[in-house]
Design a protein around this ligand. Sequence first.
Ligand SMILES: NC(=O)c1ccc[n+]([C@@H]2O[C@H](COP(=O)([O-])OP(=O)(O)OC[C@H]3O[C@@H](n4cnc5c(N)ncnc54)[C@H](OP(=O)(O)O)[C@@H]3O)[C@@H](O)[C@H]2O)c1
Length: 239
Amino acid sequence: MTILVTGATGHLGRALMPALHARGLDARGLSRTAPGHVRGNLLTGEGLPAALSGVDLVIHAATDGRRDVAAAEQLLRAMDPEQRLLYVSIVGVDRVPLPYYRQKLAVEHLVRARGGSILRATQFHDLVFGMARALTAAPVGLCPSFDIQPVSVGDVAARLVDLAGSTGPVYEDMGGPEVRSARDLIAAYLRATGRRRLLVPLRLPGRIFGGLRSGGHLAPGHATGTLTWESYLEARLSG
Ligand SMILES: NC(=O)c1ccc[n+]([C@@H]2O[C@H](COP(=O)([O-])OP(=O)(O)OC[C@H]3O[C@@H](n4cnc5c(N)ncnc54)[C@H](OP(=O)(O)O)[C@@H]3O)[C@@H](O)[C@H]2O)c1
């Protein structure tokens, strides 16, 4: 089986490519600029016919955060009908009305209409790390009043490798091993980085934060990721 991975240079893609190769699968990555990958641009369509040549499955993990629907439409136009598609989405894109999630949901509709599969994941550790760093940059740290279920890109990559072999459409949620309050995760980040901050709760009104407070982005019944936040912090900060 030959696989094309879009987003191969991203956080997830950098874990997914070696995981596919370790399973003995023939996988090539797509990138607009990075050496060692097949050159292609999902927005312009440049390079897609060559990148898709001989491919059985596309794992679509590319995103630019703003034009994902246009990119998916371009990709789907370039694919042959018999080529399978596995899309990486986010838990709760249908429950939390973030503009980015609306785009992801629209792409999910395109993928489903084509008979493709979808793996929705909760927030990656790297995203939560960036959030914790940004919210504690000032002497007084801010703590959003919702829970998070961080998952490692390695765990998500492993599940994608498993799903690469499935033929029928699969729609699946996947989350990290623990649902924790943002305050708890930020406090662990501060301990691991040896810093102290006064932490002030950040409670914002509106439907987006309401959706997050009610846990629309969580998948407690699918806590199949294994790497904990503390293990991630230890590995990241020792590297
Ligand atoms: N971050 C999270 O917490 C999280 C959680 C659940 C699901 N997800 C989903 O997981 C997927 C991967 O996320 P990530 O955080 O790994 O992404 P990322 O690090 O932001 O990487 C984005 C990737 O998209 C590629 N890309 C962007 N625009 C492109 C274009 N026009 N043509 C071709 N490639 C393009 C980039 O490749 P080049 O720059 O090399 O071209 C890059 O490899 C996304 O679909 C995201 O929504 C993310």
